[in-house]
Design a protein around this ligand. Structure first.
Ligand SMILES: [Zn+2]
Length: 314
């Protein structure tokens, strides 16, 4: 299949607005070009220009329309709203953390009356429909969960009532949810950054992975989401320094883009360590200049050894 477009990107952008009826109704539409892509199909695929259109629907709910314009004939090949919260509304619930402390947490309430660990209360929800979502891998092997978007077989954490305890606590989901919210607010308030991608994109945390059924005593950012295991039965997501460290890897990937190799790998680690520490000390009300601030953030990321090896080789 040829990957040379016959339709220019500028023409395709015009077609988004002249041909797609879903986009015509969007209030304050902002169109972002995502480049050329191939849509899968039985005929071997279809070359298309991809655009994301953000704005608001007539009822005020956020829209994030993904539109694909055929790059040969210029028609709309595919168009869908990438916000799946239309059947749920933001609500408040109670989360029981691993240490037993109960907190009011932001959740979603579905039309069926059930609740999910989905936070639609942050600024990014208004700007881009961005949410903070927690999923339970139910002890799946960490390698099967790593890399790419969350798969269908890994479910968002849900509850019949507005209280999240029991499995939602022991899996580390409540702590991951609370801490991801704190990290989001830290980046927003301290450096004016809207989420991991800086564009208010949804933040995904997957907890409760295993190493072939045994505790997987680590956590990592896999390029699309945070993944957390347990150490001696305690979920790694209980540590704000751990959650801050891993989410910062995502921020670094989307901003400085430091390749995970040699010196830049060590710098990538150092940046994550710094922010993880800064977030935890700020949360506990300790100044970074206080010697006690060095007592937190002793966490070792799975990448650490790799980075250290790179430095020695360089
Ligand atoms: Zn790290």
């Amino acid at each position: 299949m040829s990957t040379t477009p016959k339709v220019t990107e500028a023409t395709a952008r015009q077609r988004v607005h002249s041909l797609d009826r879903a986009v015509a109704g969007v209030d304050g539409a902002r169109t972002e070009a995502q480049g050329l892509t191939v849509l899968p199909g039985s005929d071997g695929g279809r070359l298309a220009w991809h655009f994301t259109v953000r704005g608001a629907a007539a009822d005020g709910s956020p829209v994030r329309q993904e539109v694909f314009v055929d790059a040969r004939v210029g028609g709309i090949a595919l168009s869908y709203n990438n916000i799946d919260a239309t059947d749920a509304v933001p609500a408040e619930g109670t989360g029981v953390r691993m240490d037993g402390v109960e907190e009011r947490i932001a959740v979603n309430k579905g039309t069926d009356g059930s609740y999910t660990l989905v936070d639609s209360s942050r600024d990014m929800y208004d700007t881009a429909g961005g949410q903070i979502r927690a999923y339970d891998a139910a002890r799946k092997n960490y390698l099967d969960v790593a890399n790419g978007p969350v798969t269908e077989d890994v479910k968002v954490v849900s509850s019949h009532g507005d209280r999240f305890d029991g499995a939602a606590t022991m899996s580390g989901a409540v702590d991951a949810h609370v801490n991801a919210g704190k990290v989001y607010e830290y980046f927003k308030n301290e450096i004016g950054r809207d989420g991991i991608d800086g564009k208010g994109g949804t933040i995904h945390s997957v907890v409760n992975v295993s190493a072939q059924g045994r505790d997987y005593a680590n956590a990592f950012w896999d390029g699309a989401k945070m993944v957390y295991g347990h150490m001696d039965g305690v979920p790694l997501s209980v540590g704000l320094d751990v959650v801050g460290h891993e989410m910062t890897h995502g921020v670094t990937e989307h901003s400085a883009g430091l390749v995970y190799l040699n010196q830049s790998g060590a710098l990538n680690e150092a940046i994550s360590d710094y922010f993880g520490n800064a977030m935890e000390t700020a949360d506990k009300g300790i100044a970074m200049s206080d010697p006690a601030s060095g007592l937190v953030g002793e966490y070792l990321c799975m990448h650490r050894r790799e980075a250290a090896r790179g430095v020695r080789a360089a």
